[in-house]
Design a protein around this ligand. Structure first.
Ligand code: SF4
Length: 235
C-alpha cells in the first residue's frame, strides 16, 4: 500500500522509506518511522517563529484588504478611517500625536488625514484648555455614526475558531500587546493588563482569577479588554 513517504508492508506494520527522507531500502517499525519523520521535519522545516510570523502576515493582509474595501466605500483613506475610529472611541477627545501613533504614521501624515476628515465634517479640532498650543480632536455626530458601524477587519479571521480557541487566542494577543508595549514597539493601548484598576491573578486556579477594581468584579481571561473606555494607565 502506498504511503505519502513510503510503502506499507504486507502486515501493515513496516514502511519502506522513500527518498529524500531516508536512504532507499531502509525498513523501519511504525514507531521508528514516526520518530524518524519527526526528526526529519525538525531538520527540514523553517523555524517555528518564522512560519508563525508568515502566517500572521497572511492574516494581516486579509484584514488590511477588508479595511481598504470598507474605507473606499466610505470615501476615506485607510489612515483617515483608522484615525476617525480612534478619535470617535474617545469622547473626551484625542491629541493628534496619539492619533498618529495609533495609526502608525508620521504626525504630518496624520495632520493631512485630520484636515481631510474636517473637510468632510466627520471630525473637528478644539482648543485645549490646559495647553494653548495644543488642539483636541473630536468626532462629529456623522463621524461617530461611521465609526460605530465600522466593520472589524479581523472578524472573518477569528470567526472560524471555537469560543474556547478564541479565549486562548485573546490571552495570547494581550500577552503580545503587553510585551510590545514594554519594548515600546506599539503605542500605549487601553488594555486591562496596563490599567491601574487591574488586579492580575488574585484568585489563581479559578475561572475568574483576575479582578477589575473599577467595577469591583472578578474577571476571567475571556473578559480581558483590548480597548476599554474606562481604562486608566497604571504607569
Ligand atoms: S477599567 Fe477596563 S481596562 Fe481597567 S481593568 Fe477594568 S475592564 Fe480592564
Amino acid at each position: 500500500m502506498l504511503h505519502p513517504f513510503g510503502i506499507q508492508g504486507p502486515q501493515g506494520q513496516l514502511y519502506e522509506s522513500h527518498p529524500p527522507l531516508c536512504p532507499a531500502g531502509t525498513w523501519l517499525s511504525p514507531v521508528e518511522w514516526l520518530g524518524f519523520l519527526t526528526m526529519k521535519f525538525d531538520q527540514i522545516s523553517e523555524p517555528l517563529d518564522l512560519r508563525l510570523a508568515d502566517g500572521l502576515t497572511r492574516l494581516a493582509a486579509v484584514a488590511r484588504q477588508l479595511d481598504w474595501q470598507a474605507a473606499t466605500s466610505a470615501g476615506l483613506s485607510p489612515t483617515q478611517a483608522d484615525i476617525l475610529c480612534f478619535v470617535a472611541n474617545r469622547p473626551e477627545g484625542s491629541r493628534l500625536t496619539a492619533a498618529a501613533a495609533h495609526a502608525g504614521v508620521r504626525k504630518a501624515t496624520a495632520s493631512d488625514a485630520v484636515a481631510a476628515l474636517e473637510s468632510k465634517d466627520l471630525l473637528h479640532k478644539y482648543g485645549d484648555a490646559s495647553d494653548a498650543r495644543a488642539v483636541t480632536l473630536k468626532a462629529s455626530v456623522a463621524g461617530q455614526e461611521i465609526a460605530q458601524s465600522w466593520p472589524r477587519s479581523f472578524a472573518p479571521v477569528v470567526a472560524g475558531l471555537s469560543k474556547a480557541e478564541q479565549e486562548v487566542l485573546l490571552g495570547l494577543v494581550i500577552k503580545m500587546i503587553r510585551q510590545l508595549q514594554q519594548r515600546q514597539l506599539i503605542a500605549p493601548q487601553r488594555t486591562c493588563v496596563a490599567c491601574r484598576h487591574f488586579r492580575e491573578n488574585v484568585a489563581p486556579g479559578t475561572k475568574s482569577p483576575h479582578f477589575c477594581a473599577l467595577v469591583s468584579a472578578p474577571m476571567g481571561d475571556r473578559h480581558l479588554r483590548v480597548d476599554c473606555a474606562e481604562y486608566e494607565s497604571a504607569a
